[in-house]
Structures are given as structure tokens and as C-alpha cells.
Ligand binder design. Structure first.
Ligand SMILES: COc1ccc(C(=O)/C=C\Nc2cc(OC)c(C(=O)O)cc2Cl)cc1
Length: 291
């Protein structure tokens, strides 16, 4: 990777870095312009040291099993493998051993995250349905290819100029063997975590739970955010948030009427017991999605 710092900014190989458009625990995302094809891309910049340090904070068991850079290599392997209209496309990886940063160059999804949460301007039911169909199609594809995303939420759902959604951020995704991922440690964003992932278990009887069903739960929380502009279970204290997710009834705001079909779908996606929760195949024939 040849870095060039000039008075009009930083260039990496043929990419000229422009403004920051995303930020998270992973690092930052900046728009970059390619001098070779004159297209703009989204460049995700991650510090290898920080990733290793973050892993260092993990429980020894996890650190042994998945060393951090292994996790990064897994994310890149997943990104190189996936090819679907509703999944973000990796264009190039720039990894310079002498540079602490790792650069993932993605196609630029022009409009960015589909919505901010909380918001006073939630989506209409028809927009929510249009976007949810894309999410369902992307997740169906990932599950078919034995990938669970594990961090579905509005900020990871990017909106293209053509009005379609692409799923991004495979930072905590997992590839599984066989029929379903059998997960034990939690991942993703607290407010979108499924109840079964929050069971307090002793180290000995660590119950494993289905990865596919946790993606369905997070899709349910996301759809709730789409139409109500806020998350259904909320608390500033994380332990209290977990109790709410595990025990409190799903409630719909009085002032925001939704159709019976949507209410039914939300109720089925947010069933606390994963064995009773609606599945990705069942959703395909749900009346709200086939309208
Ligand atoms: C206002 O206009 C905007 C246009 C595009 C963006 C944007 O792209 C943001 C994040 N992007 C990404 C993040 C990812 O992870 C966290 C991954 C991944 O690792 O899969 C891929 C992408 Cl692209 C933001 C604002």
C-alpha cells in the first residue's frame, strides 16, 4: 500500500480519501475516490492493534478459540464469498504489514443507513414493507449459505439510490456447519439481542441457541423501529434492558396505528421462545409480506 500524504489529503494506492461517513466500535468509514475508475467507494478503516487489544479483553476461552485477526480473516472470507443484491459488496482489501490499519473498500451505498433510531419520522408501512422484503431476501441468502449475521439493526442496513437495501457489517457474523449455528456467546447490539442469548447460565451448562432464530428476532426489533421510530425494550442500565427483553410483553404505541397483518408479523418475530418464533421460510408466505 503506498500512502501519500499531500496538502489536499491522504491517498492510499489509487484511492483518495474524503470525508468520514460512518463510525463505530470497528473504526471509521470514509468516502474515497478511485483515480483509476473515477468511482467513489466506502472505505472501512480498522486498526489491527485495536482489534487485537479488544480481543485481549475477551474471556480467555474466547481469546483462545478465535484470535482477533482470525475473526477479521473470517469476516473478509465471508465478504469475498457473498454475492447478492441485498448484501454489501467488498471491492478490495488493502493490508500493508507495515501499516497498523486494514482498509476494506466497499461499493458506496449512496444514501447510507436507512434510518436513525430513535426518530420522530418513522417509515410508512409501505416503505417498511419494501425495505423488509430486501432484508428478508438478504438474510434468506445468508442463512442458505450457512452464515448468521448476528448484528441486524437499522444502522447496518444501507439504502441505495434505487430504493433498495443492502445488509452491511459482517464484523460479528458466523459461518456454521449443518442446519443451524449453535451459538454460546452473545454478539451484536444489546437492544437487538434475543432473549435466549441473554439466559444467565453457569459456565458448565452453557446452553447453545440457534443463530438463525436470533437473526429473526433482530429483524423483528428492526421492523418495530421502522414503523414506530424506537426500540420496543429500552433501559439505560444493561442488566435491566436484558430483564425487559427476557420478560416484558411487547407493546405497540397507542398513537401509531399499524395494520393487523404487521402487528401479527411483529408478534410472531418477537416471540421469546425461539422454538415458537416464526422462521425465515414461514415469513415468505406471511400475509403482510405477500400483499
Ligand atoms: C450519507 O451517506 C452515507 C453513505 C454510506 C455510508 C456507509 O457506507 C456507512 C457504513 N458502511 C459500511 C460499514 C460496514 O461495517 C460497519 C461494512 C462492513 O464491514 O460490511 C460495510 C460498509 Cl459499506 C454512510 C453514509
Amino acid at each position: 500500500v503506498n500512502r501519500l500524504q499531500t496538502e489536499n489529503g491522504l491517498s492510499l494506492n489509487e484511492y483518495h480519501l474524503l470525508e468520514e461517513i460512518g463510525k463505530g466500535s470497528y473504526g471509521v468509514v470514509r468516502i474515497c475516490h478511485s483515480e483509476s475508475d473515477h468511482h467513489n467507494y466506502a472505505m472501512k478503516i480498522m486498526s489491527k492493534k485495536r482489534i487485537i487489544r479488544k480481543a485481549g479483553l475477551m474471556k480467555p476461552a474466547d481469546r483462545g478459540k478465535k484470535d482477533a485477526l482470525e475473526g477479521l480473516k473470517r469476516e473478509i472470507a465471508i465478504l469475498k464469498k457473498v454475492d447478492h443484491p441485498n448484501v454489501v459488496k467488498l471491492h478490495e482489501v488493502l493490508d500493508d504489514p507495515s501499516d497498523d490499519n486494514l482498509y476494506l473498500v466497499f461499493e458506496l451505498i449512496e444514501k447510507g443507513p436507512v434510518m436513525e433510531v430513535p426518530t420522530d419520522n418513522p417509515l410508512s408501512e409501505s416503505d417498511a414493507r419494501k425495505y423488509f422484503r430486501d432484508i428478508h431476501s438478504g438474510i434468506e441468502y445468508l442463512h442458505f449459505h450457512r452464515i448468521v449475521h448476528r448484528d441486524i439493526k437499522p444502522s447496518n442496513l444501507l439504502l441505495c439510490d434505487d430504493g433498495h437495501i443492502k445488509i452491511a457489517d459482517f464484523g460479528v457474523a458466523d459461518i456454521f456447519e449443518g442446519e443451524d449455528a449453535l451459538l454460546s456467546k452473545t454478539a451484536g447490539s444489546p437492544a437487538f439481542m434475543a432473549p435466549e442469548a441473554l439466559q444467565v447460565v453457569s459456565a458448565a451448562t452453557r446452553d447453545k441457541y440457534s443463530g438463525k432464530a436470533t437473526d429473526v428476532w433482530a429483524m423483528g426489533i428492526t421492523l418495530y423501529c421502522f414503523v414506530f421510530g424506537k426500540i420496543p425494550f429500552n433501559h439505560n442500565n444493561r442488566i435491566s434492558l436484558y430483564e425487559l427483553i427476557k420478560t416484558s410483553e411487547l407493546e405497540f404505541p397507542e398513537d401509531c396505528q399499524i395494520s393487523p397483518g404487521l402487528e401479527d408479523l411483529l408478534n410472531r418475530m418477537l416471540i421469546k421462545d425461539p422454538s415458537n418464533r416464526i422462521t425465515i421460510p414461514d415469513m415468505k408466505v406471511h400475509k403482510w409480506l405477500t400483499k
